[in-house]
Design a protein around this ligand. Structure first.
Ligand code: BTN
Length: 338
């Protein structure tokens, strides 16, 4: 859906999706321009123009004389037909995708779209780059081309008191997916930053709309430094941020990683909805990956900076700091300052 720009007419998107789908189905075989023209009720020249537009965003085609075109190159993007190849077909997350070359913030777009009844549960918004990427606590988020910037619209109601579990479950889902797809083991910093060698690789921003005691819809924003080069990380972030590309020296297939995250997360989210078991299901794994527990930490909270030993996390993701006298303080939200 709407894969080319925020303003292009939806018909154009559907046409290009149809063309791509035909090439994916054909594999190495050529697809006839005449057949495409017939299916789309347009001239061969019009089909050729759409193929040119696809080339502009990184797809490669070669003309097979008298037989049509062959798909020769697929860009490393998170567009719907690319994502679909890796998604669990019975699942809802990622079935509808809005892809943008550039957008202010996928979370901002997702919040807008979530209000519409026509936008289904599980819709994913993704962009090549963001020029107004949002981080937690009002911070900005560096989002150059090469990273995985995506937001998921979650529309199944669940109790507001369980909301903190969303990002905690997401952090485990992302860590598992990154391990499977990129072979990198990430640490978790409470509540849900993912780190490699002490440097941040991924951040999560959940935004909610509540109606009474329930979450009406949630937007789960994931920012993952996948194929971000060192030169794309601003100087002030160099000491605290890294990327999968820097760590592995290999490009990650973005659609494969995005699908793995969605598949992993959906299982946990569904369990929260159906059995009321969300974070509790992965709390042990979360604790094993967590680099905050057991350390003396300072945490910036809305109530000021609190210090102590990060002692334990409960089933709802609340962190307990212990002071020298052995008293515990519950921390519901904050930023760990090492
Ligand atoms: C953090 O501060 O750690 C959270 C960062 C979340 C960034 C992601 S990128 C995709 C989505 N769109 C946004 O504007 N923010 C989130």
């Amino acid at each position: 859906m709407n894969p080319f720009s925020e303003s292009v007419h939806l018909d154009t998107d559907r046409i290009r999706m149809h063309i791509l789908q035909r090439f994916f189905t054909a594999g190495q075989a050529p697809v006839s321009g005449g057949e495409l023209a017939g299916e789309l009720a347009m001239s061969r020249t019009a089909v050729w123009k759409h193929i040119k537009a696809l080339e502009d965003i990184g797809f490669g085609f070669e003309a097979a004389p008298r037989r049509g075109y062959r798909l020769t190159q697929i860009p490393n993007l998170v567009m719907e037909p690319l994502l679909r190849q890796y998604l669990n077909p019975e699942r809802a997350l990622g079935r509808t995708v809005f892809w943008y070359p550039s957008v202010s913030s996928t979370n901002a777009v997702a919040n807008q779209l979530a209000k519409s009844k026509e936008v289904p549960h599980g819709t994913v918004i993704t962009a090549v780059e963001q020029d107004g990427g949002r981080g937690r606590q009002g911070k900005t988020w560096n989002s150059p081309a090469g990273g995985l910037w995506m937001s998921v619209v979650l529309k199944r109601a669940f109790p507001l008191v369980r909301a903190a579990e969303l990002t905690l479950m997401a952090s485990v889902a992302i860590a598992r997916a990154v391990e499977d797809v990129a072979g990198v083991e990430l640490d978790i910093k409470w509540p849900n930053d993912l780190l490699y060698g002490g440097k941040k690789v991924c951040g999560i921003l959940a935004e909610l709309r509540a109606g009474g005691e329930n979450v009406e819809y949630a937007v789960l924003g994931i920012g993952l430094n996948t194929n971000v080069t060192s030169a794309q990380i601003p100087e002030e972030l160099q000491p605290i941020a890294t990327s999968l590309l820097i760590v592995t020296d290999k490009e990650t297939v973005q659609a494969q990683l995005a699908a793995a995250i969605l598949n992993e997360f959906e299982t946990l989210y569904d369990s929260l909805l159906t059995h009321g078991k969300g974070f509790a299901l992965v709390a042990d794994e979360w604790q094993k990956r967590c680099v905050t527990l057991g350390n003396h930490v300072k945490i910036r909270t809305p109530q000021g900076v609190i210090e102590g030993v990060a002692h334990r996390v409960d089933g709802g993701g609340v962190l307990y700091l212990m002071n020298e006298s052995g008293d515990e303080t519950a921390i519901h939200s904050g930023d760990v300052l090492f």
